[in-house]
Design a protein around this ligand. Structure first.
Ligand SMILES: Cc1cc2nc3c(=O)[nH]c(=O)nc-3n(C[C@H](O)[C@H](O)[C@H](O)COP(=O)(O)OP(=O)(O)OC[C@H]3O[C@@H](n4cnc5c(N)ncnc54)[C@H](O)[C@@H]3O)c2cc1C
Length: 440
């Protein structure tokens, strides 16, 4: 496809990276289409950017102006479900949310639940090692990847991985592709582990008087030996901004809010919630249990919309997706009000605090207030690294976070990663410039 208007749909993602119109886009309808495209691109040295749902938040699928976008979105079949073995095989373009629902209909459970699950693809989730709220108990996409079908830069198709949880036959190339953001190979299919569906799930809102109380509760959940399925955090500023939308839970007395969820056999989630609340040093202001599945789904819909709601009407923003050891969450959160003041913008946090992963948003409502945003983002990254954390918990590096990568991994690791990239992609046609920079 080369029509300029149609190409605009393949030019950007959900990050702040400016869109770039590619020379052309290919909508693959078969693995053979992917092989033919890559073989041609390799011969002619044309950059290829794989694209799933385009929901990435790091500019990973923003293409090269002289390159071709290879969309996997039309490779969208669930190939097979093997409940007795505990896996399903899917095309890379299957959308995550409908896949999870299809598993539920068979009393199965595929845990990874990134916020954009109605639009992101399983191939994109593998390429970014997507997480989500229930990663707290169940882990991230990597933990479910048993096998990967991928096409190398020269068009060769590879079957990687295994059909059972155990297997150490050589290096784990399947999982090396997890989180590789389209720089090592194009993923066309995945074998994903699935679990039995939990029988009961209970969600509750726990508002706290202060951010400190809520952040302490996050750290305390682990010490109490509890395994919440999700433990989502919203600071006061996030609540105030999101509450401009009708239906978002709000109360002026709330300094921070936790959305907590437990699952298990009938009765277990209630017992766990009670133990959690009783075990906290600083009691929540209230315990609002979601009565019924409709209310629970509604709460999660609002949680997923938080990213959009807090930015509504803003002139600009930067989102950092940092994670710190969970005991350091209170320290990270405590830095934000001062940071906002210092740089003259609104600094807020919400996210998967149970595993130390906070989406720190730097938002400005007047265009001139954004002048210091890059410096503020630097300060957030510096704080996360100082606390022993990471610059990107789940959104990936893409283009947006590339400048921070050497600060976390160091020169020698960067060299090794570049050497790996050269082995997989000697002509450097796969998503050039992403993650590792380059050419080098
Ligand atoms: C509102 C919102 C909420 C979000 N919440 C979360 C969250 O909770 N957790 C989370 O982890 N992320 C979250 N994200 C980010 C995003 O949804 C994930 O990164 C997701 O995994 C991207 O999938 P995608 O199909 O949209 O990939 P794309 O955006 O199309 O691509 C992302 C990267 O993967 C590469 N890629 C895509 N498909 C393939 C393939 N088949 N083979 C090789 N490379 C490929 C691309 O080249 C690019 O580098 C959120 C995004 C939004 C907009």
């Amino acid at each position: 496809m080369r029509d300029p208007g149609a190409l605009d749909a393949f030019s950007g993602d959900e990050s702040v990276v400016a869109p770039v119109r590619p020379l052309a886009a290919v909508r693959a309808r078969s693995v053979a289409d992917v092989q033919a495209t890559l073989s041609w691109a390799s011969q002619h040295g044309v950059p290829i950017t794989a694209r799933g749902g385009g929901t990435g938040k790091a500019g990973g699928c923003v293409p090269d102006a002289h390159g071709v976008v290879l969309s996997l979105a039309e490779l969208d079949s669930i190939r097979s479900v093997e409940a007795r073995h505990g896996w399903a095989e899917v095309d890379a373009g299957v959308i995550t949310g409908p896949f999870r629902e299809a598993m539920e209909e068979q009393r199965l459970f595929y845990p990874p639940d990134p916020g954009a699950l109605d639009a992101c693809t399983l191939g994109g989730n593998v390429a970014t090692n997507a997480g989500g709220p229930v990663a707290l108990k169940y882990g991230v996409t990597r933990d479910y990847v048993l096998g990967v079908e991928a096409v190398l830069a020269d068009g060769t198709k590879l079957e990687l991985g295994r059909r059972q949880p155990k297997g150490v036959a050589g290096y784990d190339l399947a999982r090396l592709l997890v989180g590789s953001e389209g720089t090592l190979a194009v993923i066309t299919g995945v074998r994903l582990g699935v679990l039995p569906r939990p029988r009961e799930i209970l969600a509750a809102l726990l508002p706290f008087a202060s951010i400190d109380d809520a952040a302490d509760a996050v750290a305390r959940s682990r010490l109490l030996g509890l395994r919440p399925r999700a433990l989502e955090f919203f600071d006061r500023t996030a609540l105030q901004r999101a509450a401009r939308s009708p239906g978002f839970p709000q109360d002026p007395a709330w300094g921070a809010l936790l959305l907590v969820e437990f699952d298990g056999e009938p009765g277990e989630p209630e017992a766990a919630l009670l133990r959690f609340v009783e075990g906290l040093d600083k009691a929540p202001l209230d315990v609002q249990v979601a009565t019924g599945e409709a209310r629970r789904r509604d709460l999660w819909r609002l949680r997923r919309e938080t990213s959009r709601l807090v930015k509504a009407g803003a002139a600009g923003w930067i989102t950092e997706d940092v994670a710190v050891p969970v005991g350091s969450v209170p320290e990270l959160v405590a830095l934000l009000p001062g940071l906002g003041e210092r740089f003259g913008l609104c600094a807020l946090a919400y996210g998967h605090a149970g595993d130390g992963n906070l989406h720190v948003n730097l938002i400005w409502d007047e265009p001139e207030a954004g002048e210091q945003a890059e410096a503020a983002a630097d300060a957030v990254i510096e704080a996360a690294l100082r606390l022993g954390g990471t610059i990107s918990a789940e959104h990936g590096i893409g283009l947006a976070k590339r400048r921070f990568l050497p600060r976390e991994i160091g020169d020698r690791s960067l060299q090794l990663m570049r050497a790996l990239k050269d082995q997989f992609d000697p002509k450097g046609i796969l998503n050039p410039g992403k993650v590792l920079g380059g050419p080098w």
